[in-house]
Design a protein around this ligand. Structure first.
Ligand code: 5GP
Ligand code: MN
Ligand code: MN
Length: 320
């Protein structure tokens, strides 16, 4: 794969940005690239834009330098987007898509149609972080960079177990481990650790979940009043859909939470057959075959009805 360095000739200022509600892959790939440029490309002035993420990533070096607000005075020669599947998913730095002299998107979403000037979309890769690894020169990857990239791969592979994990992913992971990273602690902090209230709300959601479509589909839902009661925000709901997906016999797991009146964020996961990207795309969302999401308007009854119609169609088609 052609290295990123070939794209940096003559570039003096770079903005790096990820997607809204950044996850581990988004943070890991953006910070991995930021630290790499900072540590190796001393002539380039680099800014990284990331919305505040859930807790647990504080071990990533210089994460506090990530900007949460876009500097509209800033002029960038190059905008590099990582893990961003469509223009409307760019977080705080959305404006830079129009103002930067050149834009590059490095992504692995099957739903990405290529909206930047240059697009490197590799749906076969587990994560944007794995893709990034191949674009960097291995000997210039420091321990700090390795920690960030490892975080991203561990996050999008569900700690190396989702079907997006390939032998090549594991070869990359091995090379990152050789940089001396504390992989056990990274996995615990970024993936498994939960606060007390997070555990409580997970329990509540599981307790009230329902199985439908011959138990092939499970739905968990949290209303605004539940989130307020426990004092948890959207950033603290990671892992709920995964626990739903692990329910024996289930093919499709759905996790819905209310963002505001008549608006719901939907997370979809499938085990082995159903294409949830197709379902999410039907509702103007996107993602991957086994993990996708969308935002839906209406009452919770409308949302569930509309979703279930599409899920039933997909289950019938794929599981006959
Ligand atoms: P999650 O359910 O964890 O929020 O997201 C799962 C996958 O679906 C991620 O790869 C994410 O990028 C994608 N995704 C989630 N929500 C949306 C959405 O509203 N639009 C698009 N295009 N992709 C989404
Ligand atoms: Mn992501
Ligand atoms: Mn990703």
């Amino acid at each position: 794969m052609e290295k990123l360095a070939s794209k940096l000739a003559g570039i003096k200022t770079v903005a790096i940005a990820g997607h809204v509600r950044p996850d581990g892959d988004c943070i890991g790939s953006c910070m991995g690239l930021y630290l790499y440029l900072k540590e190796n490309e001393l002539d380039i002035k680099c800014d990284v834009y990331l919305e505040t993420a859930k807790e647990g990533f504080s071990y990533i070096k210089n994460l506090e330098e990530a900007k949460q607000e876009y500097d509209s005075q800033a002029e960038y020669d190059l905008l590099i987007l990582l893990d961003v599947s469509s223009p409307d998913r760019i977080g705080v730095a959305g404006e830079a898509l129009k103002t930067a002299k050149k834009t590059i998107c490095l992504d692995h979403h099957i739903s990405n149609h290529g909206f930047a000037d240059e697009n490197l979309i590799e749906p076969e890769m587990s994560s944007a972080s794995e893709l990034l690894f191949h674009l960097l020169e291995e000997e210039k990857i420091t321990k700090d960079v390795a920690e960030a990239i490892y975080t991203g791969i561990a996050s999008d592979t569900g700690v190396f177990k989702y079907s997006c994990t390939s032998p090549e992913t594991m070869r990359v992971v091995a090379k990152l481990m050789e940089k001396g990273i504390d992989f056990s602690s990274i996995i615990d902090q970024s993936f498994y650790e939960k606060s007390y209230v997070q555990n409580q709300i997970l329990g509540r959601c599981l307790m009230e979940s329902i199985q439908v479509l011959d138990k092939k589909c499970i739905i968990g839902c949290l209303r605004k009043r539940d989130l307020d009661f426990y004092g948890v925000g959207p950033k603290e709901l990671d892992g709920i859909v995964e626990q739903l997906r692990l329910t024996r016999g289930v093919e499709v797991a759905v996790f819905i939470y209310e963002t505001k009146t008549q608006e719901f964020k939907v997370s979809l996961r499938s085990k082995s057959k159903v294409d949830v990207n197709k379902i999410a795309s039907y509702f103007s969302g996107g993602g991957h075959v086994r993990a996708a999401g969308c935002t839906m308007q209406g009452s919770i009854y409308d949302v569930m009805n509309n979703l279930l119609k599409q899920i039933e169609k997909e289950i019938k088609e794929k599981m006959q």
